[in-house]
Design a protein around this ligand. Structure first.
Ligand code: IPM
Ligand code: MN
Length: 334
């Protein structure tokens, strides 16, 4: 079966790392039709384009999207900072209903856990606004949107992942001692769904305590479920704990498959090293492996995952690492 994959290289090191990711997908024997989209901060600075409606509509017909990284500090000079990131990444996640952000940090013995981040709600939903802006009495509010439907589908996905994992363990991470409304809803939904999964052992930690556990005893965790903002922060920390954000992969999933899912490394565009051929492509390669898995290419996905075990063993330029992982992927396929 030939998959239709939309490729958004983006800015900075994005295109470089995607070249290697697709090299490895080819080595894994997956066939696909590739549709390239020239989007990102560079495009915005060129002609003001962020994400045209027609492009978003076209994406609905694709099987998956692979994204390098988007953004450039230069955008924040003339326009609000993050305009491109919000206009592409957040809009895509929301409009294509990619409600799960799955970020695995499975690099034993250093760490072996994964974070399931709710990806369409919370403080990211854009609720809030200004009153009396620009005056000494101005007010800015930024609400957190938590729907029962949104929380429940995320929590259910997390329980399914935990039930399929070896340790069968799931932690809810929140700040329910202070965020008493949102935290209460998350905990109640979590407890309700838990009754359907008696084989999964459950726990709860506050986000601040979880940060300590990540650094001091990451073995505490197997599968973690949390909201959008806590998940964003915790997964950068996860990347650092796992040996650097250069290894951190992510899948923005629409598990209902009403639209394509999107796969991207957690890292950004790293403009300081762009174009030098020194960026670490591992996170992009692992993300492409997650894409293969979601497309039902299980053998390819397993081979890529095997090749990316102990990523410290790879060194050299971006292309050299890509070549080496591609060779290991072929070897793993036998
Ligand atoms: C991420 C990024 C994005 C987020 C930004 C760029 C909007 O930090 O994918 O973690 O916060 O979700
Ligand atoms: Mn982030």
């Amino acid at each position: 079966m030939t998959h239709r994959i939309g490729v958004i290289g983006g800015d900075g090191i994005g295109p470089e790392v995607l070249t290697e990711a697709l090299k490895v997908v080819d080595a894994a024997g997956v066939t696909y039709d590739r549709v390239d989209y020239d989007l990102g901060a560079h495009r915005y600075l060129e002609d003001g384009t962020v994400l045209p409606d027609e492009v978003l509509e076209e994406w609905r017909g694709l099987d998956a999207l692979l994204l390098g990284a988007v953004g450039d500090p230069a955008v924040g000079v003339a326009a609000p900072p993050g305009l491109v990131e919000r206009g592409i990444l957040l809009r895509m996640r929301f409009e294509l209903d990619q409600y799960i952000n799955l970020r695995p940090f499975r690099l034993p013995p250093r760490c072996d856990f994964e974070v399931i981040r709710e990806n369409t709600e919370g403080t990211y939903a854009g609720e809030g606004g200004f009153l009396r802006k620009g005056t000494p009495h101005e007010i800015a509010t930024q609400g957190s949107v938590n729907t029962r439907m949104g929380v429940e589908r995320c929590v259910r996905f997390a329980f399914d992942r935990a039930a399929a994992s070896e340790r069968q363990q799931l932690h809810l991470i929140h700040k329910k001692n202070v965020l008493t409304f949102a935290g209460d809803l998350w905990q109640r939904v979590f407890d309700e769904v838990a009754e359907e999964y008696p084989q999964v052992s459950t726990g709860y930690d506050h986000i601040d305590a979880a940060c300590i556990h990540f650094v001091e005893r990451p073995e505490r965790y197997d599968v973690i479920v949390t909201d959008n903002l806590f998940g964003d922060i915790l997964t950068d920390l996860g990347g650092a704990v796992a040996g650097g954000v250069g290894y951190a992969a992510s899948a923005n999933l629409n598990p209902a498959r009403t639209g394509p899912s999107m796969f991207e490394p957690v890292h950004g565009t790293a403009p300081d090293i762009a174009g030098q051929g020194v960026a670490n492509p591992i996170a992009a390669i692992v993300s492409a492996g997650l894409m293969c898995d979601f497309l039902g290419e299980e053998a390819a996905a397993a081979a890529i995952a095997t090749a990316c075990e102990q990523p410290d063993r790879y060194s050299g330029s971006t292309a050299e690492v890509g070549d080496a992982v591609a060779a290991e992927t072929r070897a793993a396929l036998g």
